[in-house]
Design a protein around this ligand. Sequence first.
Ligand code: CO
Length: 137
Amino acid sequence: MKKVEHIGIAVKDLEKANNLYEQLLGVAPYKQEEVKSEHVITSFFQVGETKIELLKATSDKSAIYKHIDKRGEGMHHIAFEVEDIYAEMERLRKQGFRILSEKPKRGADNKLVCFIHPKSANSVLIELCQSIKETEK
Ligand code: CO
């Protein structure tokens, strides 16, 4: 894996959280994007080489809705950037990690993503993400 690409934080009120994180980080969010398939709106802040992703549920079908319902707002996942998400999924599967989808999905910020079940990783939800190359669009 290459680096921590971003840290995902579940929030109830995106506007309030945007303002708060803008004050905290000293930088404005560079993009807001809805991921309809996941029922979330995301907001991204660039912090050096890493990003902060704020996530707000748009319906009760969203994993973020369920997370906030159970645990309240806060840290939701750590995302690692990988070179080849298919190869990494295969590698981790062989080692017994439980991956939450058969294939990578299209996530926010022009990425292919998949998630590893928290039970496989000391109760931390792990995301793998790979930038979508121009030729794959
Ligand atoms: Co993420």
